[in-house]
Ligand binder design. Structure first.
Ligand SMILES: NC(=O)c1ccc[n+]([C@@H]2O[C@H](COP(=O)([O-])OP(=O)(O)OC[C@H]3O[C@@H](n4cnc5c(N)ncnc54)[C@H](OP(=O)(O)O)[C@@H]3O)[C@@H](O)[C@H]2O)c1
Length: 246
């Protein structure tokens, strides 16, 4: 990190508060907080910040991102459930020369799981005896289903596994080329994901369990530090690639 940042928090719920704690620990300043009730901040206030970190709700995220592009403020968002509007966001970011980093999951551990998932899918693509499944469990307040992380895992499998053409929530009769994703909503579970390949003779499984939200918040702050001085659209994959040499 070259310098301390002035951070605008957009959304001050469970994640906004966790991001604030990590940002302060890392020597940054929180210069403003925008909540659902709005904020007295002007465009000039926004321009005085170095970066915005956005964790709100699926229906609020796109307007928040557009506001940041307009103000020339780099933005990191972890809100899930808005990706059907990704095309619109990408076009706006490009035309306004904005800086955006988004991720369905900022945890470094989950991003390692993503990498292993892609490699495993490539290996399993040649193994016709195995059927793939994805399962995720989250707390009962989570609005989207399946989780953005499960969707990322599924899409990464579709990209490389020749059998699967699409994914769908499990529960109904699914065609053989549809990858089933099971969602559970229970208690206070922060986030559990697993990908399994099951045959008549064995089962191969990779899994990640978050014990708390600290990993997401840390990843979001690290991503905001990395985004400084960059223009364009990035994901955690770009950040992770900057750390590894494999
Ligand atoms: N990418 C990741 O690593 C990751 C990790 C965890 C969670 N998430 C995602 O992050 C999002 C937030 O999660 P959370 O657990 O923090 O939820 P949360 O506790 O419900 O907090 C969301 C906050 O956003 C506020 N908000 C709603 N609309 C807003 C708007 N237009 N402008 C500013 N603030 C607004 C809400 O205010 P009110 O309470 O007043 O409505 C609430 O305080 C969800 O989409 C979740 O799936 C992502």
């Amino acid at each position: 990190m070259d310098k301390d940042m002035k951070i605008l928090l957009i959304g001050y719920g469970k994640m906004g508060k966790e991001v604030e704690a990590i940002a302060l620990q890392r020597g940054h300043e929180v210069s403003g907080r925008i909540t659902a009730a709005g904020s007295p901040l002007s465009g000039n206030d926004l321009q005085a910040c170095d970066v915005a970190i956005e964790f709100t709700r699926p229906e609020a995220a796109v307007d928040n991102l557009l506001m940041c592009f307009k103000a020339g403020l780099p933005v990191v968002t972890g809100t899930t459930g808005w990706h059907e509007r990704a095309g619109e966001v990408k076009t706006a970011c490009q035309s306004m020369e904005g800086s955006l980093l988004y991720a369905s999951n900022f945890s470094i551990g989950v991003n390692i799981l993503f990498d292993i998932n892609r490699r495993l899918a490539a290996l399993m693509s040649g193994q016709s005896g195995y059927a793939a499944t994805i399962e995720e469990t989250h707390h009962e307040q989570k609005l989207d289903r399946p989780s953005g992380t499960a969707v990322s895992l599924a899409n990464d499998i579709l990209d490389v596994h020749h059998r699967y053409e699409n994914w769908a929530l499990a529960g109904t009769d699914l065609a053989g080329d549809t990858l089933p994703v099971t969602s559970h909503r229970e208690g206070n579970v922060t986030g559990k994901h697993n990908v399994a390949y099951t045959s008549d003779i064995d089962r191969i499984e990779i899994r990640h369990e978050a014990f708390n939200r600290r990993g997401f918040a840390t990843g979001a702050v690290l991503a905001a530090e990395w985004l400084q001085g960059k223009k364009g659209i990035f994901t955690m994959r770009d950040y992770m690639a900057s750390l590894t040499h494999v």
